[in-house]
Design a protein around this ligand. Structure first.
Ligand code: NAD
Length: 439
């Protein structure tokens, strides 16, 4: 089977590489020439554990190709996935211009039957908009008899664990409206789920909605726990114990109950906004999700607030180390990252910022330029610092040498945005420790 994946970002590149790993002949397409030239020379544009190896292996085996020229390969394909970005526009709607642009290119060049699958996260009804646009253009081209199908196949992978999520998914959701599309998607996903075929087929609108509802639920759990954590601080409870007590209830479960400094990344913030906006479009108010977003926006300021409280508002001229820039560990993605909200507030307050991240410095530099110092390691970042703040819990931050930090920091304040340190231990070593939701 030959397929194309249009959009070679986190989702498109991982999907393309993983389909190729199962023996499918895959062409990844992007409009970014530099990205495609790099990929043709084995340069992987993103940090994702395991991706370099799997791309190299499948490129060498001749199953994974990269091009900027969708029209030239289109008519060799059985399936074309659309995996381009759907960022928020200024009103919070999903910007569908990239998706529709791909649909136009397909519509202007297909000459044989094709299954067009939306993998990007898109508002309910988008796959039908793609279908209607392609049909209209084909009719304009006089190709009234040319049949094609659309399907929706939202992606649930997590950056940082994307390969594993794609190769062994909890489930695959597919929205179809023809038996032919169902058969093709079954054939494509069968190798991933040989022993337990967990593809859930449904109608296209429900499939599109499932993706938003899933992200909305996860974001809700995070904001809920952040709200609980803030209350814990006020009443003297410890959210770490509360989380353990709650999470052991099988009806609740342990995942996504970790309080912190807010969710970020390329998905939750924009998807929550898009769902609120989809609802508004049909005259419905998503009150709960509005609160989820509001809690998150407040939580993204929590680390700055703790610093301000500690120094009684006298921040000008301080030096602060910020450990972790990506929105979560094991990715270089800084889109909507809590670290950026924090750093912008620090800079506005006249603080000198020294940052370190194992993977995301290049991406951060594109956003913040040289307004902050990019350190070579955690100790370089902490040199002469008045405080150390941790927005992202990379593994290498878990067991630092506190003795060295004690010597090289000017003052000894630690603000732990992910509750990875033991407050009692740090206090006994002479640090002033602030976590989230702890006494
Ligand atoms: N990143 C994630 O973890 C994740 C997880 C699940 C779903 N999603 C969804 O998947 C979609 C893609 O997300 P991403 O993070 O991979 O985006 P991305 O920004 O990393 O990549 C998008 C790519 O599409 C390319 N592109 C734009 N227009 C194009 C066109 N006309 N033709 C060819 N290529 C084009 C861009 O150059 C870019 O390389 C989004 O809808 C997102 O919400 C993302």
């Amino acid at each position: 089977m030959k397929i194309a994946v249009v959009g070679t970002g986190y989702v498109g590149l991982v999907s393309g590489a993983c389909f190729a790993e199962m023996g499918v002949d895959v062409t990844c397409v992007d409009i970014d020439r530099k990205k495609i030239e790099g990929l043709n020379q084995g340069v992987i544009p993103i940090y994702e554990p395991g991706l370099t190896r799997i791309v190299a292996r499948n490129s060498d085996a001749g199953r994974l190709h990269f091009t900027t020229d969708l029209p030239s390969i289109l008519n060799q394909m059985s399936i074309v996935f659309i995996a381009v970005g759907t960022p928020s526009d200024e009103k919070g709607n999903a910007d569908l211009s990239y998706v529709m642009k791909v649909a136009e290119t397909i519509a202007d060049h297909i000459t044989q039957p094709l299954l067009i699958v939306t993998k990007s996260t898109v508002p309910v009804g988008t796959s039908h908009r793609v279908r209607d646009l392609v049909r209209r253009r084909l009719d304009e081209r006089g190709l009234h008899e040319l049949n094609f199908d659309v399907a929706s196949n939202p992606e649930f992978l997590k950056e940082g664990a994307a390969i594993n999520d794609f190769m062994s998914p909890d489930r695959v959701v597919v929205g179809v409206e023809s038996e032919q599309a169902k058969e093709l998607m079954t054939k494509l996903y069968r190798p991933f789920l040989l022993n337990n075929f967990r593809v859930i087929f449904m109608d296209i609108l429900s499939s599109e909605m499932t993706k938003y509802a899933s992200n909305a639920m996860l974001a809700t759990r995070i904001s809920f726990m952040n709200d609980v954590a803030n209350l814990c601080e006020l009443v003297g409870a410890d959210v770490n114990m509360v989380r353990r007590g709650m999470g052991s209830d099988s009806r609740i479960g342990r995942s996504f109950l970790y309080p912190g400094c807010g969710y970020g990344g390329s998905c939750f913030p924009k998807d929550i906004r898009a769902l609120i906006s989809v609802a508004e479009g049909v005259g419905y108010e998503m009150k709960l999700l509005k609160a989820v977003e509001e809690v998150n926006n407040l939580q993204k300021n929590i680390l700055f607030k703790k610093l301000t409280n500690h120094f009684s508002g006298e921040l000008k001229g301080l030096t602060v180390a910020v450990w972790g820039l990506s929105f979560k560990p094991e990715t270089d993605d800084v889109r909507d990252a809590p670290s950026l909200t924090l750093i912008r507030s620090l800079l506005d307050a006249g603080v000198n910022v020294r940052t370190y991240d194992p993977a995301a410095i290049n991406e951060t530099r594109k956003v913040l330029g040289d307004d902050v110092y990019y350190a070579n390691d955690i100790y370089d970042a902490a040199l002469d610092a008045d405080a150390l703040i941790l927005p992202t819990e990379w593994k290498e931050f878990r067991l630092p040498n506190w003795g060295v930090l004690k010597k090289i920091m000017r003052r000894h304040v630690v603000i732990d945005g992910r509750n990875i340190y033991n407050g009692e231990e740090l206090t006994s070593l002479g640090f002033t420790y602030y976590g989230i939701g702890q006494k």
